[in-house]
Design a binder for this molecule. Structure first.
Ligand code: ADP
Ligand code: ADP
Length: 226
């Protein structure tokens, strides 16, 4: 089943002499349950693509459909709501709140949304990400890998259909990278989610079901691994 598609997705920054065509008429389609890696040189448009997929910024032309719905036809408010419900973001920087415990950080987005917190599910997530003994710790008491696992748990807390990850293993060593990737893989399987991840790491990309390569804002190749 198709969960996400882009139609002539285009983003231009600036104008006149400083115009940058960050993304040129990209057409991609992603199936539910798929793990797609986005690769390409620095400045090629990967983050732009991810931000547009997640409704973090508006396209100059074209659109994104999620579960058949054109997300850019939604009002700003509705789009923000949609994003919080449907999409989990993970970044290279863990962006944890230093004065909140691991558990509080994970529950934070739900609290902001005034959503009902499913304690059993949060317990399950914490256990799944092997943070049970760490739930009362503060972020600065954790290793990098542990902090990223907290960020993953936070991204999963609202049970999003799609996880968008921008270089989530960029700050991690090889062993921790493998651990984080296999946890993400297990997670999408367990919760029937879709994962779209930017990575510079070839080994990580080789783990994906499909690789999308972007060069100078153009999708260069769609490579299938599986
Ligand atoms: P990548 O993630 O592949 O490194 P980006 O998507 O961040 O690439 O950037 C693609 C191009 O768009 C680059 O040339 C970058 O300088 C430009 N760009 C990105 N964001 C902005 C912005 N807010 N204003 C102007 N140019 C931008
Ligand atoms: P894990 O094996 O849980 O993935 P790491 O390999 O990152 O964690 O860390 C090895 C051990 O050191 C773990 O038991 C972790 O709890 C502990 N540890 C790492 N960094 C810190 C820290 N800053 N403060 C306290 N304990 C830490």
């Amino acid at each position: 089943m198709k969960i996400l598609e882009t139609i002539n997705l285009t983003k231009t920054y600036g104008k006149g002499e400083t115009v940058v065509n960050a993304l040129n008429s990209a057409n991609i389609s992603v199936e539910k349950g798929e793990f797609v890696a986005i690769i390409g040189p620095s400045g090629s448009g990967k983050s732009t693509m991810l931000h547009l997929l997640g409704g973090l910024e508006r396209p100059s032309k074209g659109t994104v459909k999620i579960e058949g719905e054109d997300i850019y036809e939604l009002s700003e408010n509705k789009l923000a709501q949609y994003r919080r419900k449907k999409i989990g973001f993970i970044f290279q920087q863990y962006n944890l709140i230093p004065v909140l415990t691991v558990r509080e950080n994970i529950e934070m987005p739900l609290m902001l949304d005034k959503a009902i917190i499913d304690k059993t599910y949060i317990d399950e997530l914490i256990e799944f990400l092997r943070l049970t003994k760490r739930q009362k710790h503060l972020p600065n008491q954790l290793s990098g890998g542990q902090q990223q696992r907290v960020a993953i748990a936070r991204a999963l807390a609202a049970k999003p259909a799609i996880i968008l990850a921008d270089e989530p293993t960029g700050n991690l060593d090889t062993k921790t990278t493998q651990e984080v990737i296999s946890l993400l893989r297990e997670s999408i399987k367990k919760y029937n989610q879709t994962l779209i991840m930017i990575t510079h790491n070839d080994k990580v990309a080789q783990n994906a079901d499909r690789i999308i390569s972007i060069v100078d804002g153009n999708i260069k190749l769609l490579e299938t691994n599986k």
